[in-house]
Design a protein around this ligand. Structure first.
Ligand SMILES: CC(C)(COP(=O)(O)OP(=O)(O)OC[C@H]1O[C@@H](n2cnc3c(N)ncnc32)[C@H](O)[C@@H]1OP(=O)(O)O)[C@@H](O)C(=O)NCCC(=O)NCCS
Length: 327
């Protein structure tokens, strides 16, 4: 059966199980891991909206591939917002790969999103899908800057040797408190968010509601470090393995007014309390808070223009680990 026999169309909500089966087959999701629930959390419960999805259907009714776009809202430094989508989940069933399924799905999705008035697309694609995106008009913006805080010189060596991706799933951790309960304090979270200075580039338009969604998926064991209460600033993190090292991935650092001394105190406290070899984060601001840059390591951001031209370089973005990991 050739790709010309495939019909590309919007997915219906009632065929999510079939979509997840294609993803599982293409990505080799091991049974017993909660990939299915993670997919539903990400695409159905997102505070920025339900994800539009497209499928390629063969004439016998089988799904050859799917393409999802996660809805996202961005804020510019002047306070105005942009409607974005993130090209996060796509898979072509192994029986149909290298026949243009991804390209047809992605082109159809891009045309519809542009017609709907979405401003831009961004993502951090893997090595398998990046060439396909670049062929469809995506541009490379560079690597997002990674910074670490090693617990000791021995830990630094372990990090430098562990040149492998971090595990997707977390290790349980007792540091601080459970993120879902801590972030339920919407009043304090809103207050801290409102005190943040303007972003220095395009940033996620986080709200208390969006943060509560972002960190509530229980199997990921996100934790919140807020030793003096949420209103005094907090860090969100999770612990995971990276090769033989144990990493504390710091996804959000929110001190009132983004005070650098407060950020440093929060990170020092977390580093002392968490059972990990090092803290790792992404973002320019954190580099000033006593973390060491780890050059050449960050995920590669790619973008595509729809209604608006995205910044050409990562320097025009203000993204942190919590904006990027998992997506
Ligand atoms: C990545 C993936 C979606 C591509 O789907 P596909 O339908 O086979 O892609 P297409 O046939 O439309 O290929 C488009 C272009 O992408 C690139 N590409 C596709 N598969 C590739 C591969 N395995 N290695 C290198 N480049 C690849 C090529 O440039 C290709 O163009 P060409 O065939 O003219 O050279 C598919 O391989 C897949 O499902 N992989 C596993 C899941 C995954 O990694 N998803 C992406 C992250 S969520």
């Amino acid at each position: 059966m050739g790709p010309e026999d495939l019909v590309v169309r919007r997915a219906r909500l009632d065929e999510l199980d079939a979509v997840i089966d294609v993803a599982a087959a293409a990505l080799g999701w091991p049974a017993g891991e909660p990939h299915d629930a993670l997919f539903r959390w990400k695409h159905l419960h997102n505070a920025f909206g339900v994800s539009p999805m497209w499928v390629a259907e063969a004439s016998d009714g089988r799904l050859a591939g799917f393409r999802a776009f996660l809805r996202w809202e961005l804020r510019r430094s002047d306070g105005t917002t942009l409607r974005a989508v993130r090209a996060v989940d796509t898979a072509t069933h192994p029986d149909f790969q290298r026949q243009g399924v991804f390209s047809r799905l992605t082109s159809a999705a891009v045309a519809e999103m542009e017609a709907e008035g979405v401003d831009l697309v961004f993502n951090t694609p893997n090595d398998q899908s990046r060439p396909g995106y670049l062929k469809l008009g995506w541009a490379e913006a560079g690597r997002l800057p990674v910074a670490i805080r090693p617990a000791s010189p021995a830990a630094l060596l372990r990090i430098l040797r562990a040149r492998v991706p971090a595990a997707k799933w977390s290790l349980p951790s007792a540091v601080g408190e459970d993120a879902a309960s801590a972030l339920a304090d919407a009043g304090a979270v809103t207050q801290v968010l409102a005190s943040q200075p303007s972003p220095h580039g395009l940033a996620t338009a986080w709200t208390a509601e969006a943060l509560a969604w972002r960190y509530r998926f229980a199997p990921l064991h996100y934790r919140v470090w807020a030793p003096e209460g949420m209103a005094a600033g907090f860090v969100v993190c999770r612990v995971r393995a990276r090769g033989s090292a144990t990493e504390c991935s710091v996804t959000h650092v929110l001190a009132p007014d983004a005070d650098v001394r407060r950020v440093r105190t929060l990170l020092r406290g977390l580093a002392g309390a968490v059972d990990a070899d090092y803290l790792l984060t992404i973002g320019h601001r954190d580099l000033r808070a006593g973390l060491l840059p780890l050059p050449g390591q960050g995920p590669r951001l790619t973008t595509r223009r729809l209604g608006q031209e995205p910044p050409v370089s990562v320097r025009g973005w203000d993204l942190h680990l919590g904006d990027i990991e998992l997506f």
